[in-house]
Design a protein around this ligand. Structure first.
Ligand code: GLN
Ligand code: ZN
Length: 759
């Protein structure tokens, strides 16, 4: 029986973010379209040749994208929203980037398409928009072009396309059900697949991650129809699922007339037995055995043990669980991670090397790769026992956590009274979410300090001046609760990760977040401890500048967890609790230093929700418990705030309420306070700060519009439970925008107070 190896997609950004820089230079008018295309072509060529040299049997093409693969699919289908003025034919690069980013030229200013998170990853895609009477046409031949381009470079590839059912599932219809367009969409897919078959492609990888979601009848019917139609196009389809278990969708999956099926055996290992009995013997089975979502090295010898018996029975393809888009490119570029930790890691390049070793071991025998297998085993062993990872004190502390530790001393009404007696805040107290503009001056000072051009004393002095000036300004304009501005923080997660034990940081571990935007997630590899206080000095300095309360400002455990690469040798819930205990210590230290209000941001709590509804509650339970454990070490009269972005809370309100934050600021400006309806009907008991203006846009809001929003809010909630604040932190804005906006916001609050008095 044969064993072959496949890759499902390689990071597009390039080993040193070449694509990012080429894009930004093109957008900035500093380089031509031809130069951008040249950079892209050479990155693709390098990537193909690299995979060929590694002996990958199925090398992907069309995994490349200038911005996003969902947008590429939308463009392929010609489903270009009217505002971009598409007139038929092929979509050009200018239109493509207008869809991705909007345009701001004087004569022609259009908004970008909406962007949201791709399944439960931190990658963002452009949401397809469909309207009544939507037209479709083949408006991009990129899949074919790139297949031919690879062929010309001497590399036979397996083109990747996003499948029609997933694309329709991600689409938003305006007064129309996207699935009404299934036939139109299938007609274009048929054209694309037929053209690939004609060009000589034997296989096409058709990605349908929707298979790991809860499917409705419409989606199921669409899967049946789609693959009946597409299986007749002359190519063999590798129907590719990932990001989780197929679970109850397995009968549907295995009934489809496709030549191959790929499943994610990292997250979907529970499907394994069912797969073996249900996948027809003549269907090629592709097993995602290397983790495409995380950066840990595999235990190859153990994998061989596991795969060997199966490989004797049927033909197998081995692959990463999903596209490698979600991991950094190459571990070799890392200079500062400790060697002991480095040996536990594998980035995209290393993951493909692991596949090559697996193939050799299974086809030619383990002896052929004895050295590689031994190194892998040694690393796995080391990781199981390393004192860097396993800290007995942490285990003991975790075991000693009692339910009471996750409960405030008194219920909210008692706390609220004690806090008000101490804080004496007016109605509609005004505050901000934490950060103030990260100007180029601030970023430059940080960069200089990092490069050693500005010594620590000089840098601290600079930050103190920024902070003090920001506090002074907040006092001047009459904000009630101040923040220090977060100038000392590079990133709200990294800043804490760097001060906690159990985290490692890369120097080049970039992963695409959206478009040209990349992030470098911290690596949570071991038991978490807090060697010393992390924010108390900055908070104390700030509070010394003012009589008004300055909020202590922390990132919560769930958010730190969700924005990091997390160890896979224990449940995420356990890592989260370790983080909770560490941040709890910080909360207690801030209180001891005199902080009357402490904000614990949980920006990413909602986005951590599992893909399957049935798994939501378990996640929410431990996530909320971790937040409460973090927040509950303080006295009644210490006020705990939390902040969350992406506030689609309607379906998780009981959990939001269970967090029991004294005050919660949320994003509501863009939805016209719509969300508050749900808070009102749920009778959310604590204080809320509904964002009164959108910080994602440079627009300066008027007093009037904020008063109107607050009046709406007042309809739903009593005045003494409302705060006045922007939607989110101000770090991405400029002072020229922040100053007039906050001045107007304070004026709006005053107007509301006057109105309340007059009642
Ligand atoms: N305190 C953070 C800030 O203001 C919160 C950011 C966020 O919610 N993403 O920047
Ligand atoms: Zn936010």
């Amino acid at each position: 029986m044969s064993v072959t190896i496949a890759n499902l997609g390689f990071p597009r950004i390039g080993p040193n973010r070449e694509l990012k820089f080429a894009l930004e230079s093109f957008w900035g008018g500093r380089s031509s379209e031809a130069e951008l295309k040249e950079t892209a072509a050479s990155l693709r060529r390098e990537t193909w040749l690299k995979q060929k040299n590694l002996g990958i049997d199925y090398i992907p093409s069309n995994d490349f994208s200038f911005y996003d693969h969902v947008l590429d699919t939308t463009v392929m289908l010609g489903a270009v929203p009217e505002r971009y003025g598409f007139k038929g034919g092929k979509v050009d690069l200018a239109t493509y980037f207008a869809m991705a980013r909007g345009t701001t030229s004087a004569e022609n200013s259009v908004t970008a398409m909406e962007m949201t998170k791709w399944f439960d990853t931190n990658y963002h895609y452009m949401v397809p928009e469909l309207v009544k009477g939507q037209k479709f046409s083949l408006a991009s031949t990129k899949a074919l072009d790139l297949y031919n381009e690879a062929k010309a470079a001497g590399v036979e590839t397996r083109p990747v396309v996003l499948g029609p059912v997933t694309w329709l599932s991600l689409a938003k219809g305006r007064d129309v059900d996207p699935f009404d367009y299934l036939d139109d969409v299938l007609a274009i897919y048929t054209e694309v697949l037929t053209s690939l078959a004609k060009a000589g492609a034997k296989w096409v990888q058709i990605d349908e991650p929707a298979f790991v979601l809860d499917l409705n009848d419409k989606q199921r019917a669409a899967f049946k129809k789609a693959y009946d139609v597409l299986s007749k196009t002359g190519v063999s389809l590798m129907l590719t699922t990932y990001f989780g278990r197929v679970a109850e969708n397995i009968d549907l999956l295995t009934s489809l007339p496709v030549a191959g099926i790929h499943v994610d055996l990292i997250r979907g290992s529970d499907d394994y037995d069912a797969l073996l009995t249900k996948v027809r013997p003549d269907t090629v089975l592709s097993l995602g055995v290397i983790d495409g979502r995380n950066i840990w090295r595999a235990d190859l010898d153990a994998l061989v043990d596991w795969i060997e018996p199966l490989a004797e029975k049927r033909d197998l393809v081995l692959a990463p669980s999903c596209s490698l888009l979600h991991v950094p490119v190459d571990l070799k570029a890392e200079k500062k991670i400790d060697p002991e930790i480095t040996q536990w890691l594998a980035f995209a390049q290393q993951k493909l090397e692991e596949l090559a070793v697996l193939k050799t071991a299974l086809t030619k025998g383990r002896n052929e790769v004895a050295e590689e297998l031994a190194a892998s085993t040694k690393a796995a062993k080391n990781r199981r026992s390393s004192p860097r990872i396993h800290n007995e004190a942490v285990a003991k502390r975790l075991a000693a956590v009692t339910p009471d530790m996750a409960k405030r001393q008194s219920p909210y009404p008692v706390r609220a009274a004690a806090q008000q007696a101490k804080l004496n805040l007016p109605l509609y107290p005004t505050t901000t979410i934490g950060s103030f503009p990260q100007t180029s001056e601030v970023r430059q000072a940080r960069a200089k300090n990092r490069r050693g051009e500005l010594d620590n004393a000089g840098y601290t002095q600079f930050l103190r001046e920024q902070t003090a000036a920001t506090i002074r300004w907040q006092e001047e304009i009459g904000l009630d609760v101040l923040v220090h501005g977060e100038f000392e923080r590079n990133d709200m997660v990294q800043y804490f990760g760097e001060q906690l034990d159990g985290f490692a940081f890369t120097n080049n571990g970039w992963v695409q977040s959206y478009g040209s935007r990349c992030v470098r997630p911290p690596i949570l590899f071991g038991d978490v401890t807090r060697p010393k206080a992390m924010t108390v000095d900055w908070w104390s300095f700030s509070q010394q500048q003012s009589e008004k309360p300055v909020k202590g400002m922390l990132t919560g455990p769930v958010t730190i967890l969700n924005w990091s690469f997390v160890r896979n040798d224990q449940p995420r819930s356990v890592s989260c609790r370790q983080l909770a205990l560490a941040i709890r210590d910080e909360v207690v230290d801030l209180e001891a230093a005199g902080a009357k209000i402490i904000q614990i941001d949980e920006a990413a709590l909602r986005e951590g929700l599992p893909l399957r509804r049935a798994e939501w509650q378990t996640y929410l339970d431990w996530a909320v418990e971790s937040f409460r454990l973090t927040a509950s070490g303080v006295r009644d009269d210490t006020q705990i705030h939390s902040h969350m972005c992406y506030s689609e809370f309607n379906d998780i309100l009981p959990s939001i309420a269970a967090m029991d934050a004294d005050a919660l600021s949320i994003e509501t400006a863009r939805s016209q306070m719509e969300l508050l309806q749900a808070f009102a009907s749920y009778q959310y008991p604590n204080q809320i700060g509904p964002g009164v203006y959108d910080i994602h846009s440079p627009r300066i809001p008027s007093v009037e519009e904020m008063v109107n929003l607050l009046r709406l809010a007042r309809k739903y909630l009593p005045a003494d439970r409302l705060w006045v604040n922007p939607d989110c932190g101000l770090k991405t804005r400029r002072w020229e925008e922040v100053k007039p906006s906050l001045l107007a916001m304070v004026a709006a609050a005053k107007e509301m107070r006057a109105e309340e008095k007059a009642k």
